[in-house]
Design a protein around this ligand. Structure first.
Ligand code: PAF
Length: 279
């Protein structure tokens, strides 16, 4: 498995694979890979002849006050995980290689303005731009995204439809620690007390889910239970807790499937997200 830094080199390698009639899967990541990423790579390896993992902390999806500089990076560990999972190539460009005085970006309205888009208004433009670029560089048959970033998955599916990318988008289930915390590279920011406090995210969602499974139809009642559970935790501060239509992310009054129940919570300074979907 090779680590490639140049766009031209990735293009050459992928063209050669395609000449041989091989299919290509892409797993876009920002590196510091964990079991969640590994599950995407393993799935991609099972469904494609060759798999490219992009490993790039994308500056354009971070606001100036966010954690771009401190976002954890470890390309050696990433390369080992990718090799173990059966990936063929890591694309690990420098920011200058990706954004060579670029003046173009990809912007989406409406579904990028709700949920995480409210506190991170420029985030999804950065995501759409970098993912479009990765799609154009790697030209994969399929691309794999985690359901933990449920809004991102929804945005990418819409972008692929709107811009006619000939790529199948595969959403993969959330991978959790044994105590329920959703795996995230940002979990490394948590100290011991915060790590314990962070369990309020999955716990509150479990409570909400149980209520719905028991027949509760009122979104207000479900969100009330979720928010009450989170608010019991002194280190937690809710950014949002919402239950929305799975396709257009509009708020629901009744728990009408398919829907997404998503939360974002600050644990100390670290903003964590989690969700469940009912289809
Ligand atoms: O989900 C992520 O890690 C990033 O948002 C992505 C899709 C790799 C784009 O930088």
């Amino acid at each position: 498995m090779q680590v490639v830094k140049q766009i031209s080199e990735v293009r050459k390698i992928v063209k050669d694979w395609k000449r041989q009639g091989l299919t290509v899967g892409l797993v876009p990541t920002m590196g510091y890979l964990h079991e969640g990423h590994k599950s995407l790579i393993v799935r991609a390896v099972a469904e494609n002849d060759r798999v490219v993992v992009s490993d790039f902390v994308n500056p354009t999806q971070f606001a100036p006050n966010e954690d771009y500089e401190t976002y954890p990076r470890d390309i050696e560990a990433d390369a080992k995980l990718c090799a173990d999972a059966g990936a063929s190539l890591i694309f690990n460009p420098e920011p200058e290689e990706m954004y060579d005085n670029a003046l173009t970006s990809v912007n989406m309205t409406k579904i990028t303005e709700v949920l995480c888009g409210k506190t991170r208004p420029t985030h999804f433009s950065g995501v759409c731009t970098v993912v479009s670029k990765l799609f154009n560089i790697v030209t994969p048959d399929r691309a794999y995204f985690g359901q933990k970033d449920a809004q991102q998955l929804c945005v990418i599916k819409k972008m692929v439809k709107d811009l006619n990318f000939d790529i199948e988008i595969v959403g993969c289930p959330i991978v959790r620690e044994s105590d329920g915390l959703a795996k995230s590279s940002r979990n490394t920011y948590l100290n011991n007390a915060e790590r314990e406090a962070a369990l309020c995210l999955s716990r509150s969602l479990e409570k909400g889910k149980k209520l719905i499974e028991g027949g509760e139809e009122s979104v207000e009642a479900v969100l009330d239970v979720i928010k009450t559970e989170i608010n019991k935790e002194p280190l937690a501060k809710i950014d949002y807790a919402e239950l929305v239509d799975l396709e257009d992310l509009s708020p629901l009054v009744k728990t009408k499937k398919p829907f997404l129940c998503a939360i974002a919570v600050y644990i100390g300074k670290t903003r964590l997200i989690d969700n469940f979907i009912m289809e």
